[in-house]
Design a protein around this ligand. Structure first.
Ligand SMILES: [Zn+2]
Length: 467
């Protein structure tokens, strides 16, 4: 349901439709709402598959609320983004050469959320305010990293005195000092600073929680070792990937052969494949009109020889999502297969979302899920129905039918298409047109279908060319 701007919407199929008929009560809606709202309501599809009213979350396909989508929706609002934007060259922090955990500590300092004792007291936590390392002064950000005499010694022991000291004379807050280093020093030097800062905070925590603290020299050495270890592991990983590259070069012939077979496999996936003997294959697809107001879908059944068996199209003048359209195409094709008595049939769709949802355990409350539930029921009742995902390039017959269906006013059904000449084809199409319910533009449709079936675009599989 896409009626309102609010992401929460209600499936209102039983609020305003006519009794016993799945269509909107146009008179009642006109009497209750303004014209733009009326238009929105009437464009909202009413699925037979939906049986009860539910509140659904529109920003997820399954209709259930998730924190992730809620957060994204909230943050998307321009005013919110602006008020939460924090000034600063943040990219200079993320590019430094240091483990992610040290960058995270730096980020916490930048954002003023490191739980120093002064900050904890400001927020109502009952705790002492003095520095746990020197026990002389209050522990705020500045003291914890630069003001504390013990910690100041760590920077000297780590050989970073020349990087730190001049900046401490010019700048008066931790954030500015660290930003200045990340922006103007090399990413290796900035990495050393980040690692030392992380070790200082670790030493402080160890002192608070375990009553153990290292000397300035020990903290500096630990920082040096940790950074060396991290760099060594990274270099090893780089070396390994280069070795793999060199090895593959020395096996060029084998690689070329493998590549060829991979390309062959990939090309095969891009072509429509015939089903096994005694099986049919039904390709389905959906398409939205250029302004997304209408949805068309089509299906095309072919046999193990690759010959045409039947095809159908339908459309909806309501605004469906592409996934809802794909699911409707599958559902209608399955119902047709049951009524025609086709027992062994593979349904192929190029919508991975829909195919995955059909194969996944039941979840969600959205309209799409109601349609999927019906598809699952039909699959359970028909053991030789299979559902598969296929690449779009191998699904062009259904795609073409779906595209054509957008401009047709009603359901169409095609069968007995002959493989020879145009006159036979035209005669068949005329028959087909008679069986369909008054196409919106009969001549145009006839021309379009002829074009589709006799002069298909080069990307349409060879089997449809035979039509
Ligand atoms: Zn101190």
């Amino acid at each position: 349901m896409h009626l309102l701007c609010c992401p929460w919407t209600r499936i209102t199929s039983f609020v305003l439709p006519l009794d016993d008929v799945k269509s909107w009560d146009v008179h009642k809606i006109h009497s209750l709402f303004s014209e733009p709202v009326v238009e929105s309501i009437l464009r909202t599809p009413l699925f037979e598959e939906v049986h009860e009213d539910k509140l659904i979350w529109n920003l997820e396909k399954h209709g259930n609320y998730t924190v992730k989508s809620g957060y994204k929706h909230y943050i998307k609002k321009k005013s919110v983004v602006q008020s939460y934007t924090v000034e600063g060259e943040w990219s200079s922090l993320w590019r430094i050469c240091a483990p992610p955990k040290t960058k995270h500590t730096l980020w916490r300092v930048y954002r003023g959320c490191l739980p120093t004792r002064v900050r904890l007291k400001e927020r109502g936590v009952s705790c002492p305010s003095e520095c746990p390392i020197c026990l002389n002064e209050d522990e705020d950000d500045w003291h914890a990293f630069f003001g504390c005499s013990v910690n100041r010694q760590v920077w000297n022991e780590a050989g970073l005195q020349a990087v730190i000291e001049p900046r401490l004379r010019q700048l008066n807050d931790v954030k500015s000092v660290l930003f200045e280093i990340c922006i103007n020093e090399s990413k290796e030097v900035a990495g050393s600073v980040a690692m030392t800062l992380w070790c200082l905070w670790q030493n402080r925590n160890n002192c608070v929680w375990n009553g153990v603290k290292d000397s300035a020299k020990e903290v500096a050495i630990k920082s040096l070792h940790l950074l060396e270890e991290w760099c060594a592991v990274n270099k090893l990983q780089d070396h390994n990937s280069q070795t793999i590259g060199a090895l593959s070069q020395s096996r060029q012939t084998v690689a070329a052969e493998n590549q060829f077979s991979e390309i062959s496999r990939a090309t095969e996936q891009l072509r429509w494949q015939k089903p096994h003997e005694h099986w049919l294959k039904c390709n389905v697809d959906a398409s939205l009109s250029p302004n997304s107001s209408y949805t068309g879908w089509g299906w095309c059944v072919r046999n193990s020889e690759g010959n045409f068996v039947a095809a159908g199209t339908n459309n909806c003048l309501h605004k469906l999502t592409i996934e809802e359209g794909e699911a409707m195409a599958i559902l209608e094709a399955m119902r047709e297969a049951i009524s025609q008595g086709w027992p062994n049939i593979i349904f192929e769709s190029d919508s991975k979302v829909v195919v995955d949802a059909i194969k996944a355990p039941p979840q969600g409350i959205s309209e799409l899920n109601s349609i999927i539930t019906n598809i699952k029921l039909l699959l359970q009742c028909n053991s030789n129905f299979e559902i598969k995902f296929t690449k779009r390039q191998a699904n062009m017959a259904a795609y073409t039918l779906a595209r054509a269906a957008i401009s047709w006013s009603s359901r169409s059904y095609f069968n007995n298409l002959s493989s020879d000449s145009s006159p036979t084809l035209l005669a068949t199409i005329t028959t087909v047109s008679k069986t369909s319910l008054e196409p919106r533009n009969h001549l145009q449709n006839r021309h379009l279908l002829t074009t589709i079936l006799t002069n298909p675009p080069s990307f349409i599989e060879s089997s449809i060319v035979k039509l």
